[in-house]
Design a binder for this molecule. Sequence first.
Ligand code: EPZ
Length: 419
Amino acid sequence: MDKIRIRGGRPLKGTIEISGAKNAALPLMTAALLSDETLHLHRLPDLADIATLGKLLAVHGAEIVGDGNGGMKLTVRDVADTTAPYDLVRKMRASILVLGPLVARCGRARVSLPGGCAIGTRPVDLHLKALQAMGADIELASGYVEATAPKGLHGAKITFPKISVGATENALMAASLAKGETVIENAAREPEIGDLARCLNAMGAKIEGIGTETLQIQGVDRLRAAEHETVADRIEAGTYAIAAAATGGDVELIGARLEMIGAVTQILQEAGLALEETKRGLRVHLANGRVRGVDVMTEPFPGFPTDLQAQIMALMTVCEGASMITETIFENRFMHVPELMRMGANINLHGASAMVRGVAALKGAPVMATDLRASVSLVVAGLAAEGETIVNRVYHLDRGYEKLEAKLAACGADIARVA
Ligand code: EPZ
């Protein structure tokens, strides 16, 4: 199995092109199920998760062709099969996003329950309640969600008791083809939701309130062909900004903007980073001296994202002072902690909070993690550490970071994939 070898201590300097966002691309691809015409998506990242979802959509009857320019044309003339099988869903939880589109278009869907994963139990009750409010009958049988709506879905008032990105996306897609008006209250406001809504509108949907916590959708009879460019990956941008800081480097993130990273800007500035918008993106470097400790709490957008929690922790391990990092979104998202400690980090866990006391330097070590963001936090730590770090289980990184080693090596990192 491949590993990533890093010889740390070299400041990252140069430019990094930010890819299309994985977490925007996945729901955008499932939106192709809503129409019998072609959805042409531009700037899709070349990632394992995108390939996995492509395989699932093919089961449902999608014809998928690359456009030769980093994009993909997806056409689902007829839905071939409304079952999303366990073998594919278990590989990627975002597969649950086919549920809303399939029920809305076909009046039925059978989707394997994704189950828990390395970061928490991750239930899908909110997805199911939203579809029930729109008239779907839901049953759970043999590990599958079976949803039927023989007369089609109808508009509804949906108030989410808790903010969920995926449930908002499923409800939004289903409501686009439901009869009448749907209002979604307490909707997630992540930029990826706005991106999905804009794509649906380009397909002929009628969605208002984009970017706010209340989405209003007037259902339409059908959606049509459209082209859409995937939004830039704010988590990838944040990860490289943090890596630049951790190595005392200076990078320009091409395609990144301040507004897309929300509260991350403020946290990074408090930690002593300078972030300046340039013509092409965002320049990030340490304003002076060492990184300062800053407290961080994860929250739904525009708060600090859980998907950057592991990376900011890696940065805080070498800060001046201390930092309290609190995870409020997922119950088990601290798998990177023991690995960072093996590299010499000083971290104490108290329930959902981690107290990180900065040390002068990390020391390279063999490490591994069980999820994507935890794995990349170990890459960040390895870049900052003295000596050699080997990051095992590279397949996690391949799920979410396009050309990770190439992008870092181009900025001077000593990093390579080894067998
Ligand atoms: C999305 O997951 C992202 N995935 C995650 O990215 C991200 O961490 C997460 O949003 C939070 O920002 C994709 O976009 C494909 P949620 P999602 O529903 O939609 C609870 C990464 O590394 N909840 O917003 O699954 C849930 O358990 C990843 O790229 C329910 O209780 O997250 C969690 O505590 C991993 N019932 C909270 O809500 C439900 O029905 C937020 O989850 C749904 C969720």
